[in-house]
Write a protein that binds this ligand. Structure first.
Ligand code: GLU
Length: 464
């Protein structure tokens, strides 16, 4: 590759960062990083009615959360209007674009007539000058649009990074409007000027843009610009085979942060939606960057699989250092009203529980018992805190008040009480779990108890 690799993500700030856009951003980022190139963030905000600053902020927050760092930008299209106008003027001067004075009514009539003749509706080129052709007289009071002079013959062919060779005949393309009557440039045109100015070498985007590509290539050629490579990634589908949407659950990246997913898990999971590296399912960012060379992008759409995301997240939680987990869980517990320092004790709790959690929410649910009162169910109480176990619980409470508070001593004390009362471990352990932890299943009870403040345990065992 001779050209410097420069990729971009170009979201429209009309809402949160969608999972599909995040996946495209990830591919563009990983490809740039793989080649030691640049990754650029461009905000396509020309749809003024629907673009908001809040959406821009959310997009940037999601990019930061996923740690998709960009080298340049954010660039805003609305700040580049002068540049678009300058390029339009240049094209008008060079004859690669022209004014068209058709009114909306005229265009409707044109399409109507074409339909009536059984033709595909398209602009008929009536304001396009040709040698020997007389143009209609310029009507008064009609502000013109500017149209691109699309080649009439030949094909546009590109070798798509994902889909292979794609060829579209120029006969399929009419003369696209690049500037509206009020002088604002249109979407396809802005993309072209931006990709040109930003020297984008590889455009990786959703395959809903395939139809725009031949038009954009023609305009780039008219401008004498070097063409980027294109890669059109198939959409992400929901479990029912329809395009992934809100109907299928959360589609905003940041909802996954709230749901207790780790950014490394999202990156790992999203990368596998439409890309593969052999049979590898679990990998970190460095591996992704090392492997992501633009090959092995899938032609068929990937399907969202919430269970697999949970599996990846569980793996990432397990391999995250305990103090890092503690900081994240402390934040979650604080949101629930329990103010917990992310200290060594919290880190040890994370160590004890992290391998049974698919999300940080589940981890916070576990650790909640250490900080917030528990309310065991009546059913668990009557099943496990029986008259047979009660005397043993009372003696144990007495002993727990005086022993050294560590796992080994707690375990030895429990054994002592079992022998004295002729009970089996599960009888006492279940009762302890119900009373102290509010549930019947936990890791080894001595390890669980050790991380409680002694006073909390004694209080929960009071009056049994
Ligand atoms: N703004 C477009 C979108 O959000 C992206 C265009 C592009 O990547 O070329 O779909």
């Amino acid at each position: 590759m001779t050209r410097r690799v420069r990729t971009r993500i170009a979201p429209s700030p009309t809402g949160f960062l969608h999972l599909g856009t995040a996946r495209t951003a990830l591919f563009s980022w990983a490809f740039a990083r793989h080649h030691g190139g640049d990754f650029i963030l461009r905000i396509e905000d020309t749809d003024v009615a629907r673009s908001t600053q809040e959406a821009v902020d959310q997009i940037i927050a999601a990019m930061n959360w996923l740690r998709l760092d960009y080298d340049e930008g954010p660039f805003y299209q609305m700040q580049r209007l002068d540049r678009y106008r300058a390029v339009i003027d240049k094209m008008l001067a060079e004859g690669t674009a022209y004014h068209c004075y058709c009114t909306p009514d005229e265009l409707d009539a044109m399409r109507e007539a074409q339909r009536a003749r059984g033709e595909k509706p398209r602009y008929d080129g009536r304001w396009r000058s040709e040698p020997g052709k007389a143009l209609p007289p310029v009507p008064a009071g009609v502000p013109p649009v500017v149209r691109f002079r699309n080649p009439v013959d030949g094909d546009v062919t590109w070798n798509d990074m994902v889909k292979g060779q794609i060829t579209i005949s120029n006969r399929e393309l009419d003369d696209l409007i690049i500037s509206r009557p009020d002088g604002t440039p249109t979407y396809n045109f802005c993309v072209v000027v931006d990709d040109w100015d930003m020297q984008i070498s590889h455009v990786i985007r959703g395959d809903d843009h395939v139809n725009n590509t031949p038009r954009q290539i023609n305009i780039l050629r008219a401008l004498g610009a070097e063409l980027p490579e294109y890669g059109h990634v198939p959409m992400i589908l929901g479990p029912d085979g329809d395009k992934l949407s809100k109907r299928h659950g959360a589609v905003s990246v940041m909802q996954y942060e709230e749901g207790g997913y780790l950014p490394d898990a999202m990156v790992n999971y999203l990368a596998r939606l439409g890309w593969s590296h052999g049979d590898d399912e679990l990998f970190d960012r460095a591996q992704l960057v090392a492997w992501f060379d633009g090959h092995h992008l899938a032609r068929s759409p990937a399907q969202w699989d919430a269970a697999k995301l949970n599996w990846v997240n569980a793996h990432v939680i397990k391999s995250t250092p305990d103090d890092a987990l503690a900081a994240l869980v402390a934040r979650m517990l604080a949101q629930r009203g329990a103010n917990v320092p992310a200290d060594d004790r919290l880190a040890r709790m994370c160590a004890l529980f992290k391998d049974r959690c698919a999300t940080l929410i589940e981890l916070a649910d576990w650790l909640g018992m250490y900080f917030v009162d528990v309310s065991p169910s009546e059913a668990d109480l009557s099943a496990h805190v029986t008259d047979v176990v009660r005397p043993a619980l009372q003696s144990l409470r007495g002993r727990l008040a005086e022993i050294d508070w560590d796992k080994g001593t707690i375990a030895a004390t429990i054994k002592e009480i079992l022998t004295a009362h002729g009970l089996k471990m599960p009888q006492l352990a279940h009762a302890l779990r119900v009373l102290v932890c509010g549930r019947t299943q936990t890791p080894s009870i001595d390890a669980v108890l050790e991380l409680f403040h002694r006073d909390v345990v004694l209080r929960r065992l009071q009056g049994v």
